[in-house]
Ligand binder design. Structure first.
Ligand SMILES: C[S@@+](CC[C@H](N)C(=O)[O-])C[C@H]1O[C@@H](n2cnc3c(N)ncnc32)[C@H](O)[C@@H]1O
Length: 309
């Protein structure tokens, strides 16, 4: 079976070499690739001798994990479980997933990698509803459960919508767009990405702009629907707790709201010592080859030897 997304948009792992360096891999130790996606980073980790626990909340990621397991078997590994395990779930619950995977006390985790945000597959598959460039149902749920973006757009009050667009999209015209959404939904429920894009485009003030008028609204809805910032805060705490002493935490973030949380947690958590003073960024050559890398910021920390968080 072809993993979902494989035919349409293979996800190119971002800052791969930098991630591997920052994880300081010790062969045969376990690393949690807690945003497994299509498994690009996991495959490179395995090739460098690490054992990998893949975690992803997206049900489609399981097919990529199956493909990886098959490839390990084809490469001659009779028991892939020895080197690779996969759990579907939220990285906020990392401790629970370790137990599910049978990786318990004392923690064998020498590294945790968080490559935040959405994958190319999620963006390119119109029926997931993440992309303002593809028409599809207004969904945006990574884990395919809970309220969708359409539920938010059609039921939240004007004030709540405006606040979300302002806070999570850093959208300057949050009130104007929220008003346009509320007016449009009174005519008919907004159920597709294209209809939302049309509503925003009609309401957006003219003049020069740097990006697509719907970009910030879509970012805000995605963050709300998946509680992305809450999950990140809990995931960073859980990672700090789960890492073995001297283990590495490496995080790739893609916008300023994520990066702020990562920066403060890595600096302030009593069990973490930052390895990167300033965030690392992708090279111009990588950005040219993979535009997704343009906004990537890599930060890393080491788990202190003694502190109890
Ligand atoms: C940028 S992609 C990762 C791509 C991956 N590094 C690769 O090379 O294929 C981000 C992935 O993280 C997953 N994800 C985002 N937030 C998550 C969370 N809180 N818990 C678990 N998975 C999450 C998404 O479903 C998506 O598959």
């Amino acid at each position: 079976m072809t993993p979902p997304g494989a035919a349409t948009a293979p996800h190119v792992p971002v800052m791969l070499e930098r991630c591997l360096e920052a994880l300081a891999i010790v062969p045969d130790t376990w690393v949690a690739d807690a945003t497994f996606g299509a498994g690009g980073h996991s495959r490179a980790l395995l090739a460098r001798g690490a054992r990998v626990l893949g975690i992803d909340r997206d049900p489609d990621a399981a097919a990529h994990a199956d493909a990886l397991r098959r490839d390990l078997r084809t490469a001659g590994l009779s028991d892939p479980d020895e080197r690779f395990r996969f759990v579907r779930g939220n990285f906020a619950d990392l401790g629970t997933h370790l137990a599910t995977a049978g990786l318990t006390e004392p923690s064998p985790l020498a590294g945790v990698l968080l490559d935040l945000g959405v994958s190319s597959m999620q963006l390119d598959e119109g029926d997931r509803g993440f992309a303002f460039r593809h028409d599809g149902p207004l969904d945006m749920r990574m884990a395919a459960e809970g309220p969708s973006a359409a539920d938010v757009v059609n039921t939240w009050t004007f004030e709540a919508l405006a606040a979300a667009l302002h806070r999570y999209g850093e959208e300057r015209h949050s009130r104007r767009l929220a008003r346009a959404i509320v007016e449009a939904r009174e005519r008919a429920a907004i159920t597709t990405t294209q209809r939302l894009v049309d509503v925003i485009q009609q309401a957006y003030p003219g003049g020069p702009r740097r990006d697509h008028p719907a970009r910030r609204t879509f970012q805000a809805l995605r963050i709300v629907v998946n509680d992305e910032l809450g999950a990140l805060e809990r995931g960073l705490q859980a990672s700090a707790e789960a890492l073995a002493p001297a283990g590495r935490l490496v995080v790739l973030s893609y916008h300023s709201l994520e990066d702020r949380i990562v920066k403060h947690t890595l600096r302030d958590h009593p069990a973490l010592e930052p390895v990167t003073k300033r965030p690392l960024e992708a090279s111009p050559a990588e950005i040219e080859a993979n535009p997704r890398a343009r906004s990537a910021k890599l930060r890393a920390a080491t788990r202190s030897a003694e502190v109890t968080p």
